[in-house]
Write a protein that binds this ligand. Structure first.
Ligand code: SF4
Length: 500
Protein backbone atom coordinates (compact mmCIF):
# COMPACT_ATOMS: atom_id res chain seq x y z
CA UNK A 1 0.00 0.00 0.00
CA UNK A 2 1.50 3.28 -1.13
CA UNK A 3 0.51 6.90 -1.20
CA UNK A 4 2.05 9.82 -3.06
CA UNK A 5 3.26 12.78 -1.07
CA UNK A 6 3.70 16.27 -2.41
CA UNK A 7 5.36 17.64 0.72
CA UNK A 8 5.32 17.48 4.50
CA UNK A 9 5.29 20.07 7.28
CA UNK A 10 6.27 18.99 10.77
CA UNK A 11 5.16 21.87 12.99
CA UNK A 12 1.99 23.19 11.38
CA UNK A 13 -0.19 25.44 13.50
CA UNK A 14 -3.11 26.32 11.23
CA UNK A 15 -4.23 23.07 9.61
CA UNK A 16 -6.20 21.63 12.50
CA UNK A 17 -6.10 21.98 16.28
CA UNK A 18 -2.78 22.34 18.13
CA UNK A 19 0.62 21.52 16.68
CA UNK A 20 0.46 19.08 13.79
CA UNK A 21 2.42 17.18 11.21
CA UNK A 22 0.83 17.80 7.83
CA UNK A 23 1.07 15.40 4.93
CA UNK A 24 0.24 17.19 1.69
CA UNK A 25 -0.83 14.43 -0.69
CA UNK A 26 -0.31 14.61 -4.42
CA UNK A 27 -3.24 14.97 -6.84
CA UNK A 28 -6.47 16.92 -6.97
CA UNK A 29 -9.50 16.62 -9.29
CA UNK A 30 -10.27 20.35 -9.00
CA UNK A 31 -8.63 23.26 -10.79
CA UNK A 32 -9.25 26.17 -8.46
CA UNK A 33 -8.43 29.48 -10.10
CA UNK A 34 -6.56 30.62 -6.97
CA UNK A 35 -4.78 27.33 -6.15
CA UNK A 36 -1.37 28.26 -4.77
CA UNK A 37 -0.17 24.66 -5.04
CA UNK A 38 -0.55 23.99 -8.77
CA UNK A 39 2.30 21.48 -8.53
CA UNK A 40 0.10 19.37 -6.17
CA UNK A 41 -2.73 19.03 -8.69
CA UNK A 42 -1.34 16.44 -11.07
CA UNK A 43 -2.05 12.85 -10.01
CA UNK A 44 1.35 11.87 -11.37
CA UNK A 45 4.52 12.34 -9.44
CA UNK A 46 4.99 12.85 -5.73
CA UNK A 47 7.17 10.90 -3.37
CA UNK A 48 6.06 7.39 -2.46
CA UNK A 49 5.04 6.91 1.15
CA UNK A 50 3.48 4.03 3.07
CA UNK A 51 0.98 4.19 5.95
CA UNK A 52 3.67 2.60 8.16
CA UNK A 53 6.01 5.48 7.32
CA UNK A 54 3.27 7.97 8.25
CA UNK A 55 3.01 6.25 11.62
CA UNK A 56 6.78 6.38 12.11
CA UNK A 57 6.79 10.14 11.47
CA UNK A 58 3.87 10.61 13.85
CA UNK A 59 5.71 8.68 16.57
CA UNK A 60 8.79 10.84 16.09
CA UNK A 61 6.86 14.09 16.66
CA UNK A 62 4.35 12.81 19.18
CA UNK A 63 5.79 14.79 22.08
CA UNK A 64 5.04 18.08 20.24
CA UNK A 65 1.36 17.34 19.71
CA UNK A 66 0.23 17.82 23.31
CA UNK A 67 -3.46 17.39 24.13
CA UNK A 68 -4.93 18.70 20.90
CA UNK A 69 -2.40 18.30 18.11
CA UNK A 70 -1.75 15.39 15.80
CA UNK A 71 -1.70 14.50 12.12
CA UNK A 72 -3.37 16.30 9.22
CA UNK A 73 -3.76 15.05 5.67
CA UNK A 74 -4.08 17.86 3.19
CA UNK A 75 -3.26 18.25 -0.46
CA UNK A 76 -4.09 18.28 -3.23
CA UNK A 77 -7.18 16.35 -2.30
CA UNK A 78 -6.40 13.66 0.31
CA UNK A 79 -9.63 11.73 -0.37
CA UNK A 80 -8.32 11.03 -3.85
CA UNK A 81 -5.87 8.54 -2.28
CA UNK A 82 -8.67 6.94 -0.28
CA UNK A 83 -7.15 3.49 0.33
CA UNK A 84 -3.86 4.92 1.53
CA UNK A 85 -5.63 7.52 3.64
CA UNK A 86 -7.85 4.88 5.23
CA UNK A 87 -4.96 2.60 6.10
CA UNK A 88 -2.90 5.49 7.52
CA UNK A 89 -5.80 6.73 9.65
CA UNK A 90 -6.42 3.22 10.89
CA UNK A 91 -2.82 2.84 12.06
CA UNK A 92 -2.80 6.30 13.64
CA UNK A 93 -6.08 5.76 15.46
CA UNK A 94 -4.87 2.43 16.87
CA UNK A 95 -2.19 4.43 18.68
CA UNK A 96 -4.55 7.20 19.75
CA UNK A 97 -3.43 10.06 17.49
CA UNK A 98 -5.68 13.01 16.83
CA UNK A 99 -6.51 13.10 13.11
CA UNK A 100 -7.61 15.76 10.68
CA UNK A 101 -8.24 15.93 6.95
CA UNK A 102 -8.38 19.07 4.90
CA UNK A 103 -10.65 18.30 1.98
CA UNK A 104 -12.92 19.58 -0.73
CA UNK A 105 -14.93 16.35 -0.50
CA UNK A 106 -13.82 14.71 -3.74
CA UNK A 107 -12.94 11.03 -3.54
CA UNK A 108 -14.50 7.61 -3.86
CA UNK A 109 -17.88 7.70 -2.04
CA UNK A 110 -17.51 3.95 -1.32
CA UNK A 111 -14.52 4.65 0.95
CA UNK A 112 -16.11 7.44 2.95
CA UNK A 113 -17.81 5.14 5.52
CA UNK A 114 -14.37 3.66 6.24
CA UNK A 115 -12.48 6.94 6.38
CA UNK A 116 -14.83 9.38 8.09
CA UNK A 117 -15.30 7.54 11.42
CA UNK A 118 -11.51 7.79 11.88
CA UNK A 119 -11.38 11.58 11.52
CA UNK A 120 -11.50 13.95 14.51
CA UNK A 121 -11.47 17.24 12.61
CA UNK A 122 -12.61 17.80 9.08
CA UNK A 123 -11.46 21.02 7.46
CA UNK A 124 -13.95 21.59 4.70
CA UNK A 125 -13.08 23.96 1.90
CA UNK A 126 -16.28 25.56 0.69
CA UNK A 127 -15.25 26.80 -2.73
CA UNK A 128 -18.40 28.47 -3.99
CA UNK A 129 -22.07 28.77 -3.16
CA UNK A 130 -23.80 27.92 -6.42
CA UNK A 131 -23.31 25.34 -9.11
CA UNK A 132 -22.42 27.97 -11.68
CA UNK A 133 -19.74 29.72 -9.64
CA UNK A 134 -18.38 26.36 -8.46
CA UNK A 135 -17.86 25.24 -12.06
CA UNK A 136 -16.41 28.60 -13.00
CA UNK A 137 -13.96 28.59 -10.11
CA UNK A 138 -12.90 24.93 -10.05
CA UNK A 139 -13.43 24.01 -13.72
CA UNK A 140 -15.33 20.93 -12.55
CA UNK A 141 -18.98 20.12 -12.51
CA UNK A 142 -19.17 18.69 -9.01
CA UNK A 143 -21.28 21.06 -6.95
CA UNK A 144 -24.07 18.54 -6.30
CA UNK A 145 -21.57 15.84 -5.41
CA UNK A 146 -20.06 18.31 -2.98
CA UNK A 147 -23.44 19.04 -1.36
CA UNK A 148 -24.02 15.28 -1.14
CA UNK A 149 -20.69 14.87 0.62
CA UNK A 150 -21.77 17.39 3.26
CA UNK A 151 -25.29 16.04 3.62
CA UNK A 152 -24.04 12.47 4.09
CA UNK A 153 -21.18 13.13 6.50
CA UNK A 154 -22.99 11.69 9.51
CA UNK A 155 -24.59 8.92 7.53
CA UNK A 156 -21.03 7.94 6.59
CA UNK A 157 -20.04 7.76 10.23
CA UNK A 158 -18.42 11.14 10.81
CA UNK A 159 -18.61 12.10 14.49
CA UNK A 160 -15.95 14.79 14.76
CA UNK A 161 -15.88 18.56 14.45
CA UNK A 162 -15.86 20.64 11.28
CA UNK A 163 -13.83 23.71 10.46
CA UNK A 164 -15.37 25.40 7.45
CA UNK A 165 -13.14 27.54 5.28
CA UNK A 166 -13.70 29.75 2.31
CA UNK A 167 -11.14 31.55 0.18
CA UNK A 168 -12.55 34.99 -0.53
CA UNK A 169 -11.69 36.50 -3.90
CA UNK A 170 -12.51 40.18 -4.47
CA UNK A 171 -15.42 40.64 -6.85
CA UNK A 172 -16.59 37.03 -6.30
CA UNK A 173 -17.83 36.40 -2.76
CA UNK A 174 -16.80 39.50 -0.80
CA UNK A 175 -20.33 40.43 0.20
CA UNK A 176 -22.87 39.64 2.91
CA UNK A 177 -25.21 37.74 0.62
CA UNK A 178 -22.42 35.26 -0.12
CA UNK A 179 -21.77 34.83 3.60
CA UNK A 180 -25.42 33.92 4.13
CA UNK A 181 -25.16 31.43 1.27
CA UNK A 182 -21.98 30.02 2.87
CA UNK A 183 -23.79 29.31 6.14
CA UNK A 184 -26.79 27.94 4.27
CA UNK A 185 -24.59 25.31 2.61
CA UNK A 186 -23.38 24.20 6.03
CA UNK A 187 -26.89 23.69 7.37
CA UNK A 188 -26.94 19.87 7.23
CA UNK A 189 -23.88 19.73 9.49
CA UNK A 190 -24.21 22.99 11.36
CA UNK A 191 -24.24 21.31 14.79
CA UNK A 192 -20.78 19.87 14.04
CA UNK A 193 -19.25 23.14 12.87
CA UNK A 194 -16.78 24.55 15.38
CA UNK A 195 -15.16 27.24 13.30
CA UNK A 196 -15.94 29.43 10.29
CA UNK A 197 -12.92 30.97 8.61
CA UNK A 198 -12.48 33.31 5.70
CA UNK A 199 -9.09 33.13 4.03
CA UNK A 200 -8.35 36.31 2.05
CA UNK A 201 -7.18 35.56 -1.50
CA UNK A 202 -3.50 36.31 -2.05
CA UNK A 203 -1.23 36.18 -5.05
CA UNK A 204 1.74 34.40 -3.45
CA UNK A 205 1.34 31.40 -5.76
CA UNK A 206 1.43 33.32 -9.06
CA UNK A 207 5.18 32.82 -9.45
CA UNK A 208 4.73 29.02 -9.38
CA UNK A 209 2.36 29.22 -12.37
CA UNK A 210 4.94 31.18 -14.32
CA UNK A 211 7.62 28.65 -13.44
CA UNK A 212 5.40 25.75 -14.49
CA UNK A 213 4.33 27.60 -17.66
CA UNK A 214 0.67 27.41 -16.63
CA UNK A 215 -1.86 30.20 -17.29
CA UNK A 216 -3.10 32.00 -14.17
CA UNK A 217 -6.85 32.53 -14.42
CA UNK A 218 -7.10 35.33 -11.85
CA UNK A 219 -4.49 37.46 -13.58
CA UNK A 220 -5.07 41.10 -12.65
CA UNK A 221 -7.27 40.35 -9.57
CA UNK A 222 -5.95 42.22 -6.55
CA UNK A 223 -5.35 40.41 -3.22
CA UNK A 224 -8.38 40.47 -0.93
CA UNK A 225 -8.39 43.31 1.57
CA UNK A 226 -7.67 41.62 4.91
CA UNK A 227 -9.80 43.97 7.01
CA UNK A 228 -12.83 43.56 4.77
CA UNK A 229 -12.32 39.78 4.86
CA UNK A 230 -12.23 39.92 8.68
CA UNK A 231 -15.44 41.97 8.77
CA UNK A 232 -17.18 39.45 6.56
CA UNK A 233 -15.82 36.58 8.64
CA UNK A 234 -17.36 38.19 11.74
CA UNK A 235 -20.63 38.63 9.84
CA UNK A 236 -20.58 34.95 8.73
CA UNK A 237 -19.97 33.86 12.33
CA UNK A 238 -22.90 35.97 13.51
CA UNK A 239 -25.23 34.37 10.95
CA UNK A 240 -23.82 30.97 11.91
CA UNK A 241 -24.58 31.49 15.58
CA UNK A 242 -28.14 32.64 14.76
CA UNK A 243 -28.64 29.55 12.59
CA UNK A 244 -27.30 27.33 15.33
CA UNK A 245 -29.72 28.79 17.85
CA UNK A 246 -32.54 28.38 15.34
CA UNK A 247 -31.57 24.76 14.88
CA UNK A 248 -31.48 24.15 18.63
CA UNK A 249 -34.90 25.73 19.06
CA UNK A 250 -36.18 23.67 16.14
CA UNK A 251 -34.77 20.47 17.68
CA UNK A 252 -36.44 21.29 20.99
CA UNK A 253 -39.71 22.04 19.23
CA UNK A 254 -39.52 18.79 17.29
CA UNK A 255 -38.78 16.84 20.41
CA UNK A 256 -41.70 18.41 22.20
CA UNK A 257 -43.90 17.68 19.18
CA UNK A 258 -42.69 14.06 19.09
CA UNK A 259 -43.84 13.42 22.65
CA UNK A 260 -47.08 15.28 22.03
CA UNK A 261 -47.82 13.12 18.96
CA UNK A 262 -47.14 9.99 20.99
CA UNK A 263 -49.50 11.07 23.72
CA UNK A 264 -52.15 12.31 21.27
CA UNK A 265 -52.17 8.85 19.75
CA UNK A 266 -52.03 7.08 23.09
CA UNK A 267 -54.25 4.04 23.38
CA UNK A 268 -57.01 4.87 25.83
CA UNK A 269 -59.37 1.95 25.51
CA UNK A 270 -58.69 -0.29 28.49
CA UNK A 271 -59.32 -3.44 26.53
CA UNK A 272 -56.89 -2.40 23.80
CA UNK A 273 -54.31 -1.48 26.42
CA UNK A 274 -54.68 -4.87 28.08
CA UNK A 275 -54.23 -6.61 24.72
CA UNK A 276 -51.12 -4.64 23.85
CA UNK A 277 -49.59 -5.19 27.27
CA UNK A 278 -50.24 -8.87 27.08
CA UNK A 279 -48.50 -9.06 23.65
CA UNK A 280 -45.63 -7.14 25.23
CA UNK A 281 -45.38 -9.51 28.17
CA UNK A 282 -44.86 -12.36 25.73
CA UNK A 283 -41.96 -10.73 23.94
CA UNK A 284 -38.47 -12.09 24.69
CA UNK A 285 -37.52 -8.47 25.46
CA UNK A 286 -39.20 -8.66 28.85
CA UNK A 287 -38.00 -12.11 29.77
CA UNK A 288 -34.82 -10.79 31.40
CA UNK A 289 -36.62 -8.12 33.39
CA UNK A 290 -37.13 -9.22 36.99
CA UNK A 291 -40.70 -10.34 37.63
CA UNK A 292 -41.33 -7.55 40.14
CA UNK A 293 -40.16 -4.89 37.62
CA UNK A 294 -42.32 -5.95 34.68
CA UNK A 295 -45.30 -3.91 35.84
CA UNK A 296 -43.09 -0.84 36.35
CA UNK A 297 -41.79 -1.19 32.78
CA UNK A 298 -45.28 -1.57 31.38
CA UNK A 299 -46.35 1.53 33.32
CA UNK A 300 -43.59 3.65 31.85
CA UNK A 301 -43.94 2.75 28.17
CA UNK A 302 -46.30 4.69 25.91
CA UNK A 303 -48.76 2.65 23.84
CA UNK A 304 -49.88 4.47 20.70
CA UNK A 305 -51.98 3.96 17.60
CA UNK A 306 -50.48 5.44 14.46
CA UNK A 307 -52.52 5.82 11.29
CA UNK A 308 -51.07 4.81 7.91
CA UNK A 309 -48.99 7.78 6.73
CA UNK A 310 -48.21 9.14 10.22
CA UNK A 311 -44.56 9.89 10.96
CA UNK A 312 -43.22 7.97 13.95
CA UNK A 313 -39.75 9.54 13.99
CA UNK A 314 -37.67 11.76 11.75
CA UNK A 315 -34.04 12.31 10.83
CA UNK A 316 -32.27 14.19 13.61
CA UNK A 317 -34.66 13.10 16.38
CA UNK A 318 -32.87 12.82 19.70
CA UNK A 319 -32.12 9.28 20.90
CA UNK A 320 -34.61 9.29 23.73
CA UNK A 321 -37.13 6.65 22.63
CA UNK A 322 -36.99 3.13 21.24
CA UNK A 323 -39.99 1.90 19.25
CA UNK A 324 -41.49 -1.57 19.19
CA UNK A 325 -44.02 -2.48 16.53
CA UNK A 326 -46.74 -4.58 18.10
CA UNK A 327 -48.90 -4.62 14.99
CA UNK A 328 -48.67 -3.14 11.49
CA UNK A 329 -45.87 -2.09 9.17
CA UNK A 330 -43.49 0.86 9.19
CA UNK A 331 -41.14 2.00 6.44
CA UNK A 332 -37.71 3.38 7.23
CA UNK A 333 -36.30 5.74 4.65
CA UNK A 334 -34.37 8.90 3.99
CA UNK A 335 -34.76 11.62 1.44
CA UNK A 336 -31.84 11.94 -0.92
CA UNK A 337 -30.46 15.36 -1.76
CA UNK A 338 -32.45 15.20 -5.03
CA UNK A 339 -35.64 14.88 -3.01
CA UNK A 340 -36.09 11.18 -3.84
CA UNK A 341 -37.23 8.82 -1.13
CA UNK A 342 -34.94 5.84 -0.58
CA UNK A 343 -36.66 3.14 1.47
CA UNK A 344 -34.26 0.96 3.46
CA UNK A 345 -36.42 -1.38 5.46
CA UNK A 346 -39.97 -2.36 6.09
CA UNK A 347 -40.51 -3.29 9.74
CA UNK A 348 -43.45 -5.21 11.06
CA UNK A 349 -44.93 -6.91 14.14
CA UNK A 350 -42.25 -7.74 16.69
CA UNK A 351 -39.54 -5.57 15.10
CA UNK A 352 -38.00 -2.75 17.07
CA UNK A 353 -36.08 0.28 16.01
CA UNK A 354 -33.90 2.73 17.93
CA UNK A 355 -32.13 0.32 20.32
CA UNK A 356 -28.75 1.12 18.83
CA UNK A 357 -29.50 4.87 18.96
CA UNK A 358 -30.18 4.60 22.69
CA UNK A 359 -27.11 2.49 23.31
CA UNK A 360 -24.65 4.74 21.49
CA UNK A 361 -26.59 7.98 21.98
CA UNK A 362 -26.74 8.78 18.32
CA UNK A 363 -29.66 10.76 16.81
CA UNK A 364 -32.03 9.01 14.40
CA UNK A 365 -30.65 9.08 10.88
CA UNK A 366 -33.74 7.98 9.01
CA UNK A 367 -37.45 8.66 8.92
CA UNK A 368 -39.97 6.13 10.24
CA UNK A 369 -43.46 6.35 8.75
CA UNK A 370 -46.41 4.03 9.33
CA UNK A 371 -47.25 2.16 6.12
CA UNK A 372 -50.38 0.67 7.60
CA UNK A 373 -52.26 1.51 10.79
CA UNK A 374 -49.80 0.51 13.51
CA UNK A 375 -49.79 -0.23 17.19
CA UNK A 376 -46.48 1.00 18.53
CA UNK A 377 -44.89 0.92 21.96
CA UNK A 378 -42.41 3.70 22.74
CA UNK A 379 -39.87 2.89 25.45
CA UNK A 380 -38.35 6.05 27.01
CA UNK A 381 -34.60 6.22 27.42
CA UNK A 382 -34.81 6.33 31.23
CA UNK A 383 -36.78 3.05 31.22
CA UNK A 384 -34.39 1.55 28.71
CA UNK A 385 -31.38 2.53 30.83
CA UNK A 386 -32.95 1.25 34.05
CA UNK A 387 -34.27 -2.10 32.88
CA UNK A 388 -32.73 -3.03 29.54
CA UNK A 389 -29.28 -1.50 29.27
CA UNK A 390 -27.50 -4.58 30.62
CA UNK A 391 -29.89 -7.08 29.10
CA UNK A 392 -28.05 -9.64 27.02
CA UNK A 393 -31.22 -10.17 24.98
CA UNK A 394 -31.31 -6.49 24.03
CA UNK A 395 -27.61 -6.43 23.24
CA UNK A 396 -27.85 -9.59 21.18
CA UNK A 397 -30.95 -8.35 19.36
CA UNK A 398 -29.40 -4.94 18.67
CA UNK A 399 -26.28 -6.64 17.33
CA UNK A 400 -28.25 -9.09 15.22
CA UNK A 401 -30.48 -6.32 13.89
CA UNK A 402 -27.49 -4.09 13.18
CA UNK A 403 -25.80 -6.95 11.36
CA UNK A 404 -28.94 -7.67 9.34
CA UNK A 405 -29.20 -3.99 8.48
CA UNK A 406 -25.59 -3.78 7.38
CA UNK A 407 -26.05 -6.88 5.21
CA UNK A 408 -29.28 -5.47 3.87
CA UNK A 409 -27.65 -2.13 3.07
CA UNK A 410 -24.69 -3.86 1.40
CA UNK A 411 -27.05 -5.93 -0.71
CA UNK A 412 -29.01 -2.83 -1.57
CA UNK A 413 -25.89 -0.94 -2.65
CA UNK A 414 -24.83 -3.93 -4.73
CA UNK A 415 -28.31 -4.25 -6.22
CA UNK A 416 -28.53 -0.55 -7.07
CA UNK A 417 -25.04 -0.45 -8.51
CA UNK A 418 -24.90 -3.66 -10.49
CA UNK A 419 -28.41 -4.71 -11.44
CA UNK A 420 -30.63 -3.90 -14.37
CA UNK A 421 -34.34 -3.19 -13.92
CA UNK A 422 -35.41 -6.86 -14.26
CA UNK A 423 -32.86 -7.94 -11.66
CA UNK A 424 -33.91 -5.18 -9.28
CA UNK A 425 -37.58 -6.05 -9.63
CA UNK A 426 -36.94 -9.77 -9.17
CA UNK A 427 -34.68 -9.00 -6.19
CA UNK A 428 -37.38 -6.88 -4.62
CA UNK A 429 -40.02 -9.60 -5.08
CA UNK A 430 -37.73 -12.18 -3.49
CA UNK A 431 -37.14 -9.85 -0.51
CA UNK A 432 -40.88 -9.47 -0.11
CA UNK A 433 -41.36 -13.25 -0.33
CA UNK A 434 -39.00 -13.66 2.62
CA UNK A 435 -40.56 -10.85 4.57
CA UNK A 436 -44.31 -11.18 4.01
CA UNK A 437 -44.84 -14.14 1.65
CA UNK A 438 -47.63 -16.55 2.56
CA UNK A 439 -47.83 -19.98 0.87
CA UNK A 440 -51.23 -20.54 -0.71
CA UNK A 441 -52.59 -23.03 -3.25
CA UNK A 442 -52.20 -20.47 -6.06
CA UNK A 443 -48.60 -19.58 -5.18
CA UNK A 444 -46.84 -17.31 -2.69
CA UNK A 445 -49.14 -14.46 -1.82
CA UNK A 446 -47.73 -11.00 -1.13
CA UNK A 447 -50.16 -8.58 0.50
CA UNK A 448 -48.53 -5.21 -0.15
CA UNK A 449 -48.72 -2.21 2.10
CA UNK A 450 -46.72 -0.13 -0.39
CA UNK A 451 -47.94 1.52 -3.55
CA UNK A 452 -45.98 1.28 -6.82
CA UNK A 453 -44.07 4.47 -6.10
CA UNK A 454 -42.92 3.14 -2.74
CA UNK A 455 -42.01 -0.21 -4.31
CA UNK A 456 -39.86 1.78 -6.72
CA UNK A 457 -38.25 3.72 -3.85
CA UNK A 458 -37.53 0.45 -2.11
CA UNK A 459 -35.78 -1.02 -5.12
CA UNK A 460 -34.13 2.00 -6.71
CA UNK A 461 -36.48 2.15 -9.70
CA UNK A 462 -38.97 4.69 -10.98
CA UNK A 463 -42.68 3.99 -10.53
CA UNK A 464 -43.24 3.59 -14.29
CA UNK A 465 -40.34 1.13 -14.56
CA UNK A 466 -41.51 -1.09 -11.75
CA UNK A 467 -45.05 -1.09 -13.12
CA UNK A 468 -43.73 -2.06 -16.55
CA UNK A 469 -41.47 -4.80 -15.15
CA UNK A 470 -44.26 -6.29 -13.04
CA UNK A 471 -46.39 -6.30 -16.20
CA UNK A 472 -43.65 -8.17 -18.07
CA UNK A 473 -43.26 -10.73 -15.28
CA UNK A 474 -47.00 -11.21 -15.36
CA UNK A 475 -46.95 -11.77 -19.15
CA UNK A 476 -44.16 -14.30 -18.67
CA UNK A 477 -46.34 -16.14 -16.16
CA UNK A 478 -43.96 -15.57 -13.21
CA UNK A 479 -46.46 -13.61 -11.17
CA UNK A 480 -50.12 -12.74 -11.03
CA UNK A 481 -51.32 -9.26 -10.13
CA UNK A 482 -54.55 -8.82 -8.20
CA UNK A 483 -55.34 -5.12 -8.11
CA UNK A 484 -52.55 -2.91 -6.84
CA UNK A 485 -52.06 -4.54 -3.48
CA UNK A 486 -51.66 -8.28 -4.06
CA UNK A 487 -49.01 -10.16 -6.02
CA UNK A 488 -49.02 -13.94 -6.33
CA UNK A 489 -45.64 -15.47 -7.08
CA UNK A 490 -46.21 -18.27 -9.57
CA UNK A 491 -42.67 -19.15 -10.53
CA UNK A 492 -40.18 -18.51 -7.74
CA UNK A 493 -37.36 -20.28 -9.55
CA UNK A 494 -37.66 -18.03 -12.58
CA UNK A 495 -37.36 -14.96 -10.35
CA UNK A 496 -34.39 -16.44 -8.52
CA UNK A 497 -32.73 -16.94 -11.88
CA UNK A 498 -32.44 -13.17 -12.24
CA UNK A 499 -30.47 -12.67 -9.06
CA UNK A 500 -28.36 -15.76 -8.74
S1 SF4 B 1 -8.81 21.92 -4.05
FE1 SF4 B 1 -6.92 22.77 -3.19
S2 SF4 B 1 -5.27 21.65 -4.22
FE2 SF4 B 1 -7.14 21.29 -5.39
S3 SF4 B 1 -7.06 22.81 -6.98
FE3 SF4 B 1 -8.29 23.65 -5.32
S4 SF4 B 1 -6.87 24.81 -4.06
FE4 SF4 B 1 -5.63 23.50 -5.39
Amino acid sequence: MKGYLQSMETMGLVDGPGTRTIFFLQGCPLRCAYCHNPDAISTRGGEEITPERVLQVARRYRSYYGQEGGITFSGGEPLLQGEFLHKSLELLKKEGYNTCIDTSGFGSPALLPKILPLVDTLIIDVKAFSSESFTHLTMTDGFNGYLNFLANLERNGFRGQVWARHVMVPGYTDNEQSMRAFIHILRPIIHRVDRIEILPYHTAGVGKYRKLGMPYRLEGVEPMDKERAKELEIYANKIFSEELQKERREAQRRNHEKFKILHDRAVISEQEQAEMLSSLRNLPLLSEVAEEDVDAVLNEVVLSNFKAGDYVFRTGDAPDLMYLIVEGQMKIFYNTIDGEEQIFYIYRDGDFVGGLNLLVQSPYRYVGQALTDCKIVAIPKATFDRYFYDSSIILRSVLTKSFERIRWAEELIQRLATSNASMKTAGLLLKLVKRIGVETDEGIRLELSMNREELGNYSGLRRETITRKLGQFKDLGYIELIGNKVIIIKDLEALEGYVL
